[in-house]
Design a protein around this ligand. Structure first.
Ligand code: DGY
Length: 329
């Protein structure tokens, strides 16, 4: 019987990261990769002091009460709306996420989705694949201009800033943003981004991209009332989290052409997708892959593992969300 601490990796991750963790711990894995129900997660966590989670696993007071031996929860994601952070902190458990390593990759994808949406890539590809292309036409799949247009960014953390740089420097866009707190002047100048209130952002953006964290406050930050304030020619891009957009209201707005198009990588209740979004043509849909390059997903898994190793072997961490619990145990 080993005396090494035991941990769980809640979803399938790269073998090299499992090997790294096995140098320190008894490691339970979920190679089938089926998301665990709360009851299954609690059962698998019995006797474990650490867990690597993804956005599919909820860590809340009920789970913590069922797993009192847990010391560290490491999310393989920068977003952590699957964590009840106050409850985790109250339980004296360390929480970590994976910032920085995915910033540029996610910004690249945000821009890819913006381009695909504005330039109607999937809509035109479906047309071609369906054998409907029988002649060239001047206005065929004419989309919205990207270069030189106004890029609106809602949420101006690391990823928002990386998107702003791409827009301003790469595409000569006029970049405006809204955020809970305004950036300092040096960062605004570096991103070439101008702070505006939310109403101005909605009204002026040719392309509006959402990069804010999900919370009770940001739930349905973009609903029917906000879409009504946007230009009828605008595109809306959500790479943040499902629930920030009211997907049912968006489907109606797209069908009625109240905005031109939308690109969504995240959905309310994903992996379910609102059925009405599947039937509108002016939309680009991707399955929550904004950070999905092999290098970045490996870097995220390594960073989560490094947090667990550093905390359980040395009482330190790399990217803690609640550093106040360090040294409490
Ligand atoms: C993140 O890192 O938050 C991505 O959305 C993956 O979950």
């Amino acid at each position: 019987m080993s005396s090494r601490p035991a941990i769980l990796i809640a979803r399938n991750i790269f073998p090299e990261v499992v090997d790294k963790l096995r140098q320190h711990f008894e490691v339970d894995t979920n190679e089938a990769d089926a998301p665990l129900t709360p009851a299954q997660l609690a059962e698998r966590l019995q006797g474990k002091v650490g867990v690597l989670t993804t956005g599919s696993e909820r860590v809340d007071a009920a789970l913590l009460a069922a797993c009192p031996q847990l010391k560290v929860v490491a999310n393989i994601a920068v977003g952590y709306n699957n964590f009840d952070l106050p409850a985790i902190t109250a339980a004296g458990v360390l929480a970590s996420n994976t910032p920085d390593v995915l910033t540029e990759t996610t910004a690249d994808f945000g821009f890819a989705l913006l381009m695909a949406t504005a330039r109607r890539l999937t809509e035109s590809e479906h047309f071609l694949r369906a054998g409907q292309w029988n002649r060239w036409a001047l206005d065929m799949f004419a989309g919205a201009e990207v270069n030189g247009s106004t890029l609106g960014i809602l949420g101006m953390g690391r990823i928002g800033q990386a998107i702003a740089r791409r827009g301003a420097l790469g595409f000569n866009m006029n970049v405006i943003y809204h955020n809970r707190s305004r950036l300092n002047a040096a960062t605004e100048a570096e991103c070439k981004a101008r702070y505006v209130d939310k109403a101005e952002l909605l009204k002026s953006a040719d392309h509006l991209i959402l990069v804010l964290p999900y919370s009770a406050e940001s739930h349905h930050a973009i609903g029917a009332a906000e879409i009504a304030q946007m230009k009828p020619t605008a595109t809306l891009i959500n790479i943040a989290r499902g629930g920030i957009v009211d997907d049912a209201a968006l489907a109606v707005a797209l069908r009625e052409k109240r905005i031109a198009a939308a690109g969504l990588d995240v959905f309310e209740g994903e992996p379910q997708v609102h059925p009405d979004l599947l039937t509108v043509p002016n939309i680009v849909l991707t399955p929550h892959i904004a950070s999905a390059t092999i290098a970045t997903r490996k870097a995220m898994a390594h960073l989560a593992a490094d947090n667990v190793i550093a905390f359980l072997t040395e009482g330190k961490t790399v990217t803690p969300l609640n550093p106040e619990v360090i040294g409490q145990g």
